[in-house]
Design a protein around this ligand. Structure first.
Ligand code: ATP
Ligand code: MG
Length: 244
C-alpha cells in the first residue's frame, strides 16, 4: 500500500531525515519509536505532505504522492492525527468532527452518517457533542482527534503519540480502538509512540528511528525481545544504546 523510498527531509539547514525507507501492507499496524528529536513527527509530516522531502519517493497505492499538496493527500485517503491533538478549543465537538470532513463538506450527504459512526466508536463524544473541545479531558480530546481523523474516511491513518500524557487505562482503550479499526475497516495504521511497550503490543511490525535513520526494523514481537530495544525503551539502561 505504501512504499517510502530513501526520503531526506530538511528543516531549513537541518538535515532531519537521512534516507528513510520502509514498506507497508494494507491492514498492517506499523509502530515507529525513537527518542526525542529523532525525526518521527517529521517523517509523518513528510508522508502527509506538510513537509516537502528533498530526495526520495513516497508511493501510495501505485502513485507518487511525494510532491502532492496536503489536501490532495487527504483526498487519497491518508490522514494524520497530530502530536498534541490540536483540537479547536472554541469549537464544539461536533464542529471539530465536521472539520475532519472539510474537503467534502459541500458535496457529501454522508457527513451525518459518518459522525454517527464516530459516535458509535466513541459513545462519550455523543454525550458532549455541543461542548467546546477545549473543555474536554486529555483522553477525550485524543478520542476526538482520532474521530476527526476518521471523518476523512482514511485508508491509511497516522497517529503521532496518541498516548501522550494519558493514564494507562485510557492508553489501553486507544490501542483497542486502533485494533478495532484495523479489524473492522481494514485501516492501515502508522503509530508513533513514546509508550513503546503499548505500541509494540498492538503493532505487527515496527522500527526504531535515531537521528533521522532507521536503526532497526522487524516484527514487533521480535523488537520487544531485542536487547537494544529493551535497554533503551523498555526499562533497561537509561541511555539509548543506539547512540554512541
Ligand atoms: N518545524 C520545524 N522547524 C525547525 N526544526 C524542526 C521543526 N520540526 C522539527 N524540527 C527539528 O527536527 C528534529 C526532529 O524533530 P521531530 O519533531 O521530527 O522529532 P520527534 O522524533 O518527533 O521528537 P519528539 O519525540 O520530541 O516528538 C529536531 O531536531 C527538531 O528540533
Ligand atoms: Mg514528535
Amino acid at each position: 500500500m505504501l512504499e517510502v523510498k530513501n526520503i531526506h527531509t530538511y528543516h531549513g539547514f537541518l538535515h532531519v531525515l537521512k534516507g528513510i525507507s520502509f514498506e507497508l501492507e494494507k491492514g498492517e499496524i506499523f509502530a515507529i519509536v525513537g527518542s526525542n528529536g529523532a525525526g518521527k513527527s517529521t517523517l509523518l509530516g513528510t508522508i502527509a505532505g506538510v513537509y516537502l522531502q528533498k530526495e526520495g519517493e513516497i508511493i501510495y497505492e501505485g502513485q507518487n504522492i511525494g510532491k502532492m499538496k496536503v489536501e490532495e493527500i487527504v483526498k487519497q485517503g491518508i490522514c494524520l492525527v497530530p502530536e498534541r491533538r490540536q483540537i479547536f478549543d472554541s469549537l464544539s465537538v461536533k464542529d471539530n468532527l465536521m472539520l475532519g470532513a472539510y474537503h467534502r463538506l459541500k458535496t457529501s450527504k454522508t457527513i451525518q452518517k459518518d459522525i454517527d459512526r464516530c459516535y458509535e466508536l466513541f459513545p462519550k463524544l455523543k454525550t458532549m457533542e455541543d461542548r467546546p473541545g477545549g473543555l474536554l479531558s486529555g483522553g477525550e480530546q485524543q478520542m476526538l482527534a482520532i474521530a476527526r481523523g476518521l471523518m476523512s474516511n482514511p485508508k491509511l491513518m497516522m497517529l503521532d503519540e496518541p498516548s501522550l500524557g494519558l493514564a494507562p487505562l485510557i492508553v489501553k482503550d486507544i490501542m483497542n480502538i486502533l485494533e478495532h479499526l484495523r479489524e473492522e475497516f481494514k485501516t492501515t495504521i502508522i503509530l508513533v509512540e513514546q509508550n513503546v511497550r503499548a505500541a509494540l503490543k498492538v503493532a505487527d511490525r515496527a522500527c526504531v528511528i535515531e537521528r533521522g535513520e532507521i536503526v532497526i526494523k522487524g516484527m514487533a514481537k521480535e523488537l520487544m525481545k531485542d536487547p537494544r530495544v529493551r535497554d533503551a525503551y523498555l526499562g533497561g539502561k537509561k541511555e539509548s544504546s543506539f547512540i554512541s
